[in-house]
Design a protein around this ligand. Structure first.
Ligand code: ZN
Length: 226
């Protein structure tokens, strides 16, 4: 007897858009009614410690760190989730995945397998990279097969005087290198680094509206409007 496909719920948007907060809320709501939840996140994302999902707005949950994929680019190995469940005979009702854009391109296939095996899936992550492009083909595919998708916005934190902030709806993630817009040609995944004493290049991210989001360097364009 085949199992019924289960819902696939996504929370996407730029940084600071409450993606992880809503994922945690989804997890806690499932646990409150006795469901078994497994949470996965990329091992490479160590900003808040390995093995924990934390929202900037508050709230934490234990997470299983997913090792790096052989596909490279610091991405996490999507198939690890299926292996972990099968090899360890785990029986989750819900699998939650944080920072989903940092998984390799097999992530959509893995999520469909989970859904078809009778397991609900919820995920959170950036829909676009700092270049304003879809973060990965994995996230593009995942967004299109989701049964519920919330595209969230933040508030623009651009400031022209260091005091007042724009505050408009922010849909973009701005990467800054030493405080200046980063170049198009920089690596796609760079984990946020704050100022260090040795003054090496420092990468930070801010939520920005379309007016205040910018990128240096040249974006390859197939079609140019006049
Ligand atoms: Zn703005």
């Amino acid at each position: 007897m085949s199992k019924q496909r289960q819902p696939i719920v996504g929370f996407v948007g730029p940084m600071n858009a409450r993606k992880t907060l809503l994922l945690l809320d989804h997890i806690f709501a499932a646990e409150a009614v006795g469901e078994t939840v497994l949470v996965y996140k990329p091992q490479v994302d160590d900003r808040f410690g390995v093995g924990i999902v934390r929202s900037r707005c508050g709230g934490t949950h234990e997470a299983i760190p997913v090792p790096e994929s052989p596909q490279g680019e610091l991405k996490a190995q999507s198939s690890f989730i299926l292996d972990d469940i099968l090899k360890n005979n785990k029986k989750p009702t819900l699998v939650a995945i944080d920072e989903v854009m940092m998984f390799d391109d097999d992530i959509a296939e893995v999520v469909v397998s989970l859904s078809e095996a009778g397991i609900q899936v919820a995920y959170a992550g950036l829909n676009m990279n700092y270049r304003g492009e879809p973060f990965s083909s994995g996230i593009k595919e995942l967004m299109s097969i989701s049964t519920r998708l919330e595209v969230l916005s933040a508030r623009c934190t651009y400031s022209h005087d260091g005091i007042h902030k724009c505050g408009a709806p922010a849909t973009m993630t701005q990467r800054l290198k030493n405080g200046e817009p980063d170049s198009y040609d920089s690596p796609l995944i760079v984990i946020e680094k704050f100022a260090t004493e040795d003054q090496k290049p420092v990468f930070t991210y801010e939520a920005r509206c379309l007016t205040h989001w910018s990128i240096s360097g040249t974006r390859p364009q197939k079609t140019t409007l006049p």
